[in-house]
Design a protein around this ligand. Structure first.
Ligand SMILES: Cc1cc2nc3c(=O)[nH]c(=O)nc-3n(C[C@H](O)[C@H](O)[C@H](O)COP(=O)(O)OP(=O)(O)OC[C@H]3O[C@@H](n4cnc5c(N)ncnc54)[C@H](O)[C@@H]3O)c2cc1C
Length: 692
């Protein structure tokens, strides 16, 4: 069994080259007949390489002032990026797709010609791509979306070649590129270690994962006098490392380099993978758990959540994170939201944020790649620092593979460093806080059998409606989220949508930008500096699931339920309404088919709504994302309907606790960080109070 579930470290995490070293100086043009492309990431045959190059250039061929995707080095970078996805089956599918793509049979099936894709005209290549985009088969649509995103992401993210100035793509978009390190001398205050040989450690409590939940658990337990070791899969980065570069930011700080998604690629999932987890990359929005959600979770079995005890933990968390509403300068991007909401007479309020001395200007928009001035009160700045002051030790770049269990109780954790060294932590209790995808995977690899583990996945599916304005907006700048609207939070009971915006760094914009043909796509990219987008975040009642593959890697499935789709539809309409009220001259949705209108000129809100319905709401017909991953090991009052008891202890294994977003009995309805921390704060106190 051990062999079956031994987690493989993706090659990119070993000694493989880093994406940010792309494009290599040598990659300047398409080489039509290479013998064997020994891509540093993955070996491709000449035929596969030719297919990949022609796909990349079909999406983004050269045009005046614009390099082609191949000239940008996208195919080589894409082969490296694949190594961030550890799942053998996904690589195998990709290779198969490339083998098939450039065959005469493929062209015959799609557009009735025997000419290979790579020899087709630009128009015919587009027709072929669109036949995938608009296919009735969800897997084909999903393959198109995966390619669109991968090519688009890398096209805008790749830095200029060594010695180059600003990338030509950034110049065309008006994007100034990274801000550069702002505090090069800022000290790294946490002491971390990564074993360089097989190692056994021991402590009272091993906390696995150092993000929102794990950080708090480590601090509370260490402060209570427990000897704590924190195991963290990612590395330690702090102010002096943060330069706002997108590619480097994703490589260092995000799970699967930001390319993680559900099994069918229909929902992109963003999560932090570094010391501090999501709290290092997140947008600092700090909502307390709303009363209606507290009541719902109490009803679901965690009755303490409705009472004083939880209020005290919320207070303690907000105090430690310095949550305040004094850093809410509204950027040009959000002036649009504010203007539209006020015009309509809709709800608008200032966002509570966990920052001290936030710049709220140009630098702030790059916060998703780490706060370069140390204003964000991430777990590294707060809880992990407290934990260290009370003796906690941090082992980084080390991934937990399974929990050790003896006579029904957790006795330790088996882990492996990125360079492959085995680490065993012997302990009296284990706190699992790997985020809702990896917590479920770790419990499943450890052979827990409770049927709720991995189920009840909530994602708060979110997407943007974009508006193009006459004025210059520079949407990559400004306070991450200064304001929000709850106008439609209660559409059906306490289910509905929130309206929030986020800084549109090129790659974030790319994530939802529809592609129908290169010219129109480039035009949208050029318009980005005049674009603002409103995020529609759905409190989902429907659920997905996390399972593991043969190697033990998590596999996530999720589809929008009909119930949630109705709310998403309503929210998209609402967001367009806001943008129209704010004076947008062109509004478009993230559908695979183009849904767009020009208020007062071409189409109307009603035709837009109609077009979106015609374009469809099935998987991969509309680009969805998740920043909030929750619920896969939920608390409850019996093992029949939950994975853990109300204190976070698993029903099956004593001394094994879950303290992260997995514990939520249902979706939090608001951005979850504060709720995760408050639950961990309370449950870690319960654990600290237990005699061993
Ligand atoms: C870009 C972005 C913006 C966001 N903005 C906001 C916001 O403004 N407000 C808000 O409330 N929420 C926001 N969120 C969500 C919030 O950050 C997360 O919900 C929260 O961090 C999740 O906490 P967690 O403890 O469940 O997991 P995480 O914080 O994700 O921490 C899990 C940690 O476990 C580590 N890990 C995983 N597997 C293993 C393993 N096997 N062994 C060892 N370590 C492992 C990971 O590397 C990670 O560091 C945002 C998220 C993202 C990605």
């Amino acid at each position: 069994m051990g062999g079956l579930f031994s987690l493989q470290v993706p090659p990119a995490n070993r000694d493989a080259p880093h994406l940010s070293s792309f494009p290599p100086a040598s990659v300047t043009r398409y080489h039509p007949e290479p013998k064997l492309i020994h891509s540093p990431g993955m070996e491709l045959t000449p035929r596969q390489y030719r297919a990949l190059c022609s796909i990349c250039d079909a999406f983004l061929p050269a045009a005046p002032g614009w390099p082609s995707a191949v000239e940008r080095g996208v195919p080589e970078a894409l082969a490296v990026a694949l190594d961030y996805n550890p799942r053998v089956i996904h690589r195998w599918e990709f290779i198969n797709l490339l083998d098939f793509w450039d065959s005469p049979f493929h062209s015959l099936c799609e557009i009735g010609t025997l000419t290979r894709f790579s020899d087709l005209s630009e128009d015919d290549k587009c027709r072929m791509l669109l036949s995938w985009a608009d296919s009735r088969v969800a897997m084909r649509r999903a393959a198109f979306q995966a390619l669109r995103k991968a090519v688009g992401f890398l096209y805008v993210m790749l830095p200029p070649p060594p010695g180059g100035q600003v990338s030509a793509v950034w110049r065309k978009m008006g994007y100034p590129g990274p801000i550069g390190v702002q505090r090069p001398d800022a000290p790294k205050k946490l002491q971390v270690a990564t074993p360089d040989h097989e190692t056994t450690l021991s402590c009272d409590v091993c906390v696995v994962g150092s993000g929102a939940g794990g950080g708090v658990a480590a601090a509370v337990l260490a402060t209570a006098g427990k000897e704590v070791i924190v195991l963290e899969a990612g590395g330690y980065y702090d102010d002096a490392d943060f330069d706002g570069a997108e590619l480097q930011g994703f490589e260092r700080l995000y799970t699967e380099c930001g390319f993680a998604s559900t099994r069918d690629h229909s929902v992109g999932m963003l999560a932090g993978e570094c010391l501090g987890g999501g709290t290092v990359v997140n947008y600092t929005t700090s909502f307390r758990t709303p009363d209606d959600i507290r009541e719902e979770w109490a009803e679901a079995g965690a009755s303490w959540i409705r009472g004083e005890e939880y209020t005290r933990s919320l207070d303690a968390v907000c105090q430690r994170l310095c949550v305040n509403q004094n850093h809410n300068r509204v950027s040009r991007r959000e002036q649009v939201l504010e203007r539209g909401l006020r015009h309509l007479g809709w709800h608008v309020d200032a966002m509570p944020r966990n920052v001290i001395g936030c710049e709220q200007g140009r630098l702030c928009g790059y916060c998703g790649y780490g706060c370069s001035i140390g204003a964000k009160q991430s777990a590294t700045k707060t809880w992990l620092s407290d934990a260290q002051s009370h003796g906690a030790r941090f082992v980084v770049n080390t991934r937990a593979e399974r929990i050790r269990v003896q006579r029904g109780a957790a006795t330790g954790v088996e882990a492996r460093t990125k360079s492959g060294h085995r680490v065993v932590v012997k302990c009296k209790s284990v706190v699992v806080a790997c985020g809702a995808i990896h917590t479920a995977a770790l419990l499943l690899r450890s052979e827990l059998e409770n049927r709720h583990i991995g189920r009840h996945l909530h994602l708060h599916p979110v997407s943007n409606i974009s508006g193009v304005f006459d004025e210059e907006i520079l949407p990559w700048e400004g306070t991450m989220q200064a304001i929000y609207s709850d106008q439609h939070r209660f559409l059906t009971g306490n289910f509905g949508v929130k309206y929030e915006t986020t800084a549109l760094q090129p790659v974030i914009a790319m994530a939802v930008m529809p592609w129908r043909e290169p010219r129109d796509f480039r035009e949208r990219m050029e318009q980005l500096r005049h674009t603002s987008a409103i995020g529609v975040l759905v409190r989902d009642r429907g659920e997905g699931r996390v399972t593991i593959d043969r190697e033990g890697h998590p596999v996530t499935s999720y589809s929008l339920s009909d119930y949630d789709r109705r709310h998403m539809q309503f929210g998209f309409r609402g967001a367009a309404h806001i943008l129209e009220a704010a004076g947008a001259r062109r509004i478009y949705s993230p559908h695979a088919k183009l849904c767009s209108y020009e208020p007062g000129k071409l189409g109307s809100l009603e035709t837009f709504v109609h077009d979106m319905d015609a374009a469809g709401w099935e998987n991969a017909q509309v680009a969805l994302f998740s920043f909030h991953i929750m619920g896969t090991a939920r608390m409850g009052d019996t093992p029949l309907d939950s994975a853990t008891n109300p204190h976070g202890e698993t029903w099956e294994i004593k001394n094994l606790y879950v303290m992260d977003g997995s514990s939520f009995p249902s979706a939090s309805g608001v951005n979850p960080m504060i709720s995760i921390q408050a639950i961990a704060h309370r449950n870690a106190q319960v654990l600290a109070g237990r005699a061993h």
